[in-house]
Design a protein around this ligand. Structure first.
Ligand SMILES: CC(C)(COP(=O)(O)OP(=O)(O)OC[C@H]1O[C@@H](n2cnc3c(N)ncnc32)[C@H](O)[C@@H]1OP(=O)(O)O)[C@@H](O)C(=O)NCCC(=O)NCCS
Length: 178
């Protein structure tokens, strides 16, 4: 899709499933995240090749679910996932390169991943978010995540632990006519 947002250069981006051959592109994606994005989103402790390779393998084996945002050169510009979908407390995460932010892609990627979890009947999805990350908090609330309690991120009580329960979310969306 061509993005003609006026605040930055046009970017030709598309969204697709993460596939088994994506490890090196995903390492480069994590190497290219800005410091402010890393502050909010650092699921592998930096561009940790071994952890990223394990993630890609876990997706191929169906333990995790994930999608990526790619540009025309197939460089990854965004990554969204749910870790351990079949376990008790699966964890959602999302991060985009700065130039891809604020154009609706975060919402579209999150919609794909959450819809997949709903189709699979995943009863609970969890996440943590910095209290100061108002954009992410608004996005998560709009998908039915509830801010449940304080959480230690980088400092005591700087973050929130959030949950989305399938039954609640489906009832809420039905009430909104979604
Ligand atoms: C958070 C992030 C994933 C959102 O993705 P995005 O593509 O930038 O966001 P979108 O353009 O899809 O907008 C999503 C929603 O954010 C909210 N939003 C956008 N800008 C906002 C702002 N300045 N303040 C509050 N809410 C805002 C809106 O609710 C918007 O919903 P809308 O579609 O109804 O307008 C992305 O900005 C990002 O990767 N940030 C850095 C890493 C990060 O913070 N990851 C999350 C860690 S918990």
């Amino acid at each position: 899709m061509k993005d003609t947002s006026p605040h930055a250069e046009p970017l030709f981006l598309s969204q697709r499933r993460l596939t088994a051959g994506d490890t090196e592109a995903l390492v480069r994606f994590y190497e290219g995240l800005s410091p402010s994005a890393v502050y909010a989103f650092d699921p592998f402790g930096g561009a940790n090749r071994e952890a990223i390779a394990q993630h890609v393998e876990g997706v191929a084996q169906g333990r995790h679910t994930a999608c990526v945002l790619v540009d025309e050169q197939e460089a990854i510009r965004g990554h969204a996932f749910i870790l351990n979908v079949h376990e008790e407390a699966p964890v959602f995460g999302i991060g985009l390169h700065d130039a891809a932010q604020g154009r609706g892609w975060g919402r579209r990627m999150m919609a794909e991943i959450i819809a997949e979890a709903d189709r699979m009947g995943v009863p609970l999805v969890t996440l943590t978010v910095c209290k100061s990350n108002h954009r992410a908090r608004a996005l998560y609330r709009s998908f039915g995540f509830r801010e449940v309690r304080d959480h230690r991120g980088r400092e005591e009580n700087d973050s929130l632990y959030c949950e989305r329960r399938l039954q609640h979310a489906v009832r809420r969306e039905a009430a909104r006519g979604v």
